[in-house]
Design a protein around this ligand. Sequence first.
Ligand SMILES: Cc1cc2nc3c(=O)[nH]c(=O)nc-3n(C[C@H](O)[C@H](O)[C@H](O)COP(=O)(O)OP(=O)(O)OC[C@H]3O[C@@H](n4cnc5c(N)ncnc54)[C@H](O)[C@@H]3O)c2cc1C
Length: 377
Amino acid sequence: MAPNQATTTRAATTEPPDESGRRVAIIGAGASGLAAIKCCLDEGLVPVCFERTSEFGGLWRYTDDPVEGQGSVMKSTVINVSKEMMSYSDFPAPENLPIFMHNTQVLHSHEYRTPKGLEDQRVLVIGIGNSGGDVAVELSRCSKQVFLSTRQGTWIFNRVSEMGLPLDMLLTTRFLMYLKDQVSFYLANKLVKWWLNMRMDHKLYRYSVMLMSARSWRYSNGDSGVENLQPQYDPLHQHIMVNDDMPNRIICGAVKIKSDVKQFSATGVEFQDGTKEDNIDLVVVATGYSFGFPFIDKEVIDVKENQVNLYKNVFLPDLERQTMAIIGCVQPYGAVCPVAELQCRAAVRVFKVGYINSEGKVKFWAELNENLARCQF
Ligand SMILES: Cc1cc2nc3c(=O)[nH]c(=O)nc-3n(C[C@H](O)[C@H](O)[C@H](O)COP(=O)(O)OP(=O)(O)OC[C@H]3O[C@@H](n4cnc5c(N)ncnc54)[C@H](O)[C@@H]3O)c2cc1C
């Protein structure tokens, strides 16, 4: 495993290494890598971290210029989970920072940085994930018009929820997770759907339609046959989209929702529903990321269509000796950092044992297959 242009950072430790003096190579000094260093030190293992850039923090380390192959937040990115829920167990975010921290120090979207220089344009944003939503909202404040194209709509969650409390703090509780498991995923989805539509009826936010009057709009019940923002899938079936401003920007007409792109002309675009927009000055493609491990042999870990088979999302079930762990390769309902920390804690303990016998391997695969079967909706 030879990282490209790796800057090698050897983490200093005041703890004596465990008797074997085992060293753990950690690839990447982002939010997951940093937690991995700490957990190794806690367990007396010796971490050696390889980071290809010259800085810590991964995508949270904002840079004005995009770096090839490196994710990054935008200058205006606001974390979409609250700071306490995102913190590591022993490293709380400073009290003086806002609950939803926004970043001028660390922050994304690969080429897009700020709206500076993009004012007064007609913009098409493709993709209504978190990045697409953020870019559309931000540009809608200074552009002539933003068109936001989506294949299937989305469920929009707010950061700020009932009583002005952070949504994730209200939703990601042991009680609600327990309840979700008890009432069935189906029912939990129906409840969340009802609750989301109480705040903003997704069916009323229709593609391509200018709202003539609030009254006719309200009572049209979204049944005009025109596609609307409400997707076919249920809210908990995909990674959630968090955006407090989106409904306001749509209802003001600053962001217009459009269907999937059919084709581009020299200066315009045609959508699948047959509508066309001309004189588009800028297209922002926000259709997601693909991940992989180009520095590890495919025989060891192979990612196909953004899917990888990992036991507990961390361990490679076929490894004879458990000497490698993948951290942060998860899409949790809440924050990634605490999950990465727990994964690191588990991984370093497994490193200490190291060996998985054939019985363990069978168990790994059985559980993995069961989880995979459960994920087929
Ligand atoms: C726009 C956006 C917003 C997000 N918002 C939130 C949020 O609000 N809350 C939340 O919890 N999560 C959020 N996430 C998820 C985010 O992925 C995690 O917060 C966190 O950054 C994951 O950390 P990581 O260390 O796994 O990856 P990264 O932060 O991407 O760090 C990976 C590091 O590995 C290095 N690296 C890569 N390849 C090599 C190599 N071959 N050799 C050496 N070094 C290498 C990179 O340079 C980088 O420093 C967001 C993600 C995006 C894209």
